[in-house]
Design a protein. Structure first.
Length: 82
C-alpha cells in the first residue's frame, strides 16, 4: 500500500501537540488539524494564501519563523513527528 507511511500513527512533539492534540496520529490527521487551527486563528496570509503567519505556538513548530509557505510548513512539521 503506497499510502501506508502517510497513514501510520506517529508520535507528536510537545510543541506540535499544543496545537493538534496528543498523538500518536497519522501525518494526514496532523496536517488536517493544523489547518483547522490556522483557519480558526486567521493565520493564513490574506494577500499570499500560500503563506502561514505563525502565532507564538506555531513559531515553536516553525523553528522560530514568523512566516512560512505551505510547502515549508510540511517540512518543518515533519521534524515534530517520529
Amino acid at each position: 500500500m503506497a499510502n501506508a507511511a502517510f497513514m501510520k500513527p506517529m508520535t507528536v512533539s510537545s510543541e506540535l501537540a499544543a496545537i493538534v492534540g496528543k498523538g500518536p496520529m497519522p501525518r494526514s490527521e496532523v496536517v488536517k488539524k493544523l489547518w483547522v487551527y490556522i483557519k480558526k486563528n486567521g493565520l493564513q496570509d490574506t494577500v499570499n494564501k500560500r503563506n502561514i503567519n505563525a502565532d507564538a505556538s506555531l513559531k515553536k513548530v516553525f523553528g522560530g519563523k514568523a512566516t512560512v509557505s505551505m510547502f515549508e510548513m510540511t517540512k518543518l512539521v515533519s521534524k515534530h513527528l517520529s
